[in-house]
Design a protein around this ligand. Structure first.
Ligand SMILES: Nc1ncnc2c1ncn2[C@@H]1O[C@H](COP(=O)(O)OP(=O)(O)OP(=O)(O)O)[C@@H](O)[C@H]1O
Length: 278
């Protein structure tokens, strides 16, 4: 089994095809290659349907490439990868368990005693600003608070790799900014490699060391940008006014805009033959 040991993610020449319900072969991503170095924060942006989640699914081991390889920690991914934590747009919290029990689940699965797991969960809930909410159930929390619980549940496992698929996508703008700042603060303490999928270019530039821009369907890597904004980044709201941020944002948007327009034209104009494999 691949393990996240050194935290490097290598995606090499990956193509993924799906069989559609009508029996056609659909190419979701084509010849995608990029690397996330240990400790690096990599954001992937691209228009809707370009294959961002498909790419993440193959790094996590939930799905397999049709061609090419995905390596984690130098080993080809061939199943669920050890040492990886996830955060998705939808909360992956168990509604029938308390906040404390939800966060303690990871250590319990890994063999910790209940007492030890709960002590660590309390510590993580304190770190994400939820001390005093241990006995609540997920439905008794706000959306932002549920995200904090999910973040504690992801980070308590001390992952070498953190995979995030639009984790703050459903939040209002202010809560999203607060959660992004908290994520950066916690990430800077333990520095897992992060693969962060988002539609939001500002979010990508504010958070990441590297931004991968994908083309509209079939998804390919259009460009990769190094984000040389200094760390610690501080507040994501304030960094947006820095001249270097604006420069990078404009440069990347120039590349991305064309793809977003193409994806929009395709969906607005109904399905096309593009994306179908020969
Ligand atoms: N299991 C599947 N069977 C058939 N087609 C699929 C399957 N999974 C994904 N696709 C198609 O592959 C393409 C890429 O999907 P994916 O969810 O990876 O895109 P995305 O970039 O994450 O999109 P969004 O930004 O809207 O979330 C889409 O056209 C989708 O319909």
């Amino acid at each position: 089994m691949a393990d996240a040991n050194n935290g490097r993610i290598e995606i090499e020449g990956v193509t993924k095809r799906f069989l559609t319900p009508s029996g056609d072969v659909f190419t979701a991503i084509k010849d995608v290659s990029f690397t996330v170095e240990p400790g690096q924060f990599c954001a992937v942006v691209g228009p809707t349907g370009c294959g961002k989640s498909t790419t993440l699914g193959m790094v996590s081991g939930l799905d397999k490439p049709s061609e090419g390889t995905v390596k984690v920690g130098g080993k080809v991914v061939d199943g669920i990868t050890d040492g990886v934590s996830f955060m998705f747009q939808a909360d992956a919290l168990l509604p029938w368990k308390t906040v404390l029990a939800n966060v303690a689940l990871g250590p319990i699965f890994k063999g910790a005693s209940k007492a030890e797991a709960q002590a660590r969960a309390r510590d993580w809930l304190r770190r994400v600003g939820l001390a005093g909410f241990e006995d609540r159930y997920p439905h008794q929390l706000s959306g932002g608070m549920r995200k904090r619980v999910a973040m504690a549940a992801a980070l308590i496992n001390e992952p070498k790799i953190l995979m995030m698929d639009e984790p703050f996508g459903a939040l209002d703008v202010q809560t999203k900014a607060i959660m992004s700042n908290e994520l950066l603060g916690l990430w800077e303490q333990s520095r897992p490699a992060v693969l962060f999928i988002t539609h939001d270019l500002d979010e990508a530039v504010a958070l990441a060391d590297k931004v991968v821009v994908m083309t509209s369907s079939p998804g390919t890597v259009k460009a990769v940008y190094d984000i040389d904004l200094p760390r610690p980044r501080g507040s994501v709201q304030e960094i947006r006014f820095e001249p270097r941020f604006l420069e990078l944002q404009h440069q990347i948007w120039d590349t991305l805009r064309e793809e977003v327009e193409r994806a929009y034209a395709r969906t607005a104009g109904g399905p096309t033959e593009e994306g179908k494999a020969a």
